[in-house]
Design a protein around this ligand. Structure first.
Ligand SMILES: C[S@@+](CC[C@H](N)C(=O)[O-])C[C@H]1O[C@@H](n2cnc3c(N)ncnc32)[C@H](O)[C@@H]1O
Length: 329
């Protein structure tokens, strides 16, 4: 996906690096759509804002990202980029303060059950990352078919000292009806549009929003001295099925694949407060050494859970028993 559309489709890591340079970007404006689905609205944004504006789309579905990348490429749309990743995490960790002129979210998954509430995009620290990311006067527009969702978002966002509710409309005339919009309209449901604006920032209104330094995100590999490569390779096999967690950071080793040269790829899934990533560690076996590196192709963000997974793999592969981590599962 990243190799096929390198200029359109960004990994979360690439997004973090590009976002850090937003301040010196050639684009006069930057806008974001969260959860773009089939990409109809993203294309509409790219066309209606024009080529001076960079239009970003964030999606957790790899299928949607790939489809949108194909569509943007075949439509020769040069001012849009799609990113695979959880918008809540990317907004909080990668987007520099006051860098987005507008943020749109159409028909987010509502997750109506209480036990799933943490999955709602508007939950948790979203109000803070939203208000920090927007420029002064920048707007967040939420369109949904669920009244309770719109009201809940209005209440949560109105508590932010940096945001004010600009409007709350029922069945507004939409500039473009998305796939889900058409579906709910055909069922006769009402549509709600909430628009929130970032206030002019007073000097005494501070925010704790602190994006990660992308330089810190980049370097991650370990070298182990091993006395018995055969035994270490056996330990690599034994990693499969192991899982671990610390606070809200989880990791799990899913599979190991061997190359004809005797090196391995360790398939790993991590979750940082719900931000999931699937990627590989490359295990390179040399005479008395084993290098454990993050495989570049998956381009994961180097989050706390990825670091924990790395430490766990290294600990388990190591000859030093005291370095072996405790595993659950
Ligand atoms: C109901 S669909 C709406 C799609 C599209 N906006 C539309 O109106 O047709 C919700 C979309 O949000 C995406 N999504 C859910 N949670 C997300 C998150 N935390 N970050 C980014 N995208 C998310 C889902 O993968 C899905 O494509």
């Amino acid at each position: 996906m990243y190799e096929s559309f390198p200029d359109i489709c960004w990994s979360a890591r690439k997004f973090c690096l590009e976002a850090a340079a937003f301040g010196v970007s050639d684009y006069s404006k930057k806008v974001l759509e969260i959860g773009f689905g089939n990409g109809d609205f993203l294309v509409h944004l790219a066309e209606s804002y024009g080529t001076e504006t960079l239009v970003l789309g964030m999606e957790v579905s790899a299928v949607c990202v790939l489809k949108a990348a194909k569509r943007l490429s075949s439509g020769k749309i040069s001012n849009a980029r799609v990113v695979l990743g959880d918008a809540r995490y990317l907004l909080e960790k990668c987007v520099p303060p006051s860098s987005l002129d507008a943020i749109y979210m159409n028909f987010p998954c509502p997750w109506p059950k209480n036990r799933h509430a943490f999955r709602r995009v508007t939950e948790g620290r979203f109000p803070e990352s939203l208000s920090a990311s927007l420029t002064e006067g920048g707007k967040f527009t939420l369109v949904t078919d669920e009244e309770w969702y719109a009201l809940e978002a209005r209440e949560k966002l109105s508590l932010s000292p940096l945001l004010e509710i600009a409007s709350f409309e029922v069945n507004p005339a939409l500039e473009l009806t998305t796939k889900y919009g058409s579906k709910w309209k055909a069922m006769g449901k009402s549509i709600y549009r909430l628009t929130v604006q970032k206030k002019s920032v007073d000097r005494d209104v501070s925010t704790s929003h602190q994006p990660e330094n992308p330089e810190d995100i980049m370097a991650m590999h370990s070298k182990l001295f091993i006395s018995d490569p055969k035994r270490t390779k056996q330990r690599a096999e034994e990693l499969v099925g192991k899982t671990g967690a610390a606070e809200k950071f989880h990791w799990s080793f899913k599979a190991v694949y061997w190359s004809s040269e005797g090196h391995a790829l360790l398939k790993t899934i991590t979750s940082d407060e719900g931000f999931e990533q699937t990627f590989f560690f490359r295990l390179v076996f040399l005479e008395n050494e084993c290098l454990v590196k993050l495989e570049d192709a998956g381009a994961p963000l180097h989050t706390p859970a990825v670091r924990l997974a790395m430490e766990a793999a290294v600990g388990y592969l190591s000859d030093e028993p005291e370095q072996v981590f405790q595993f659950r599962g």
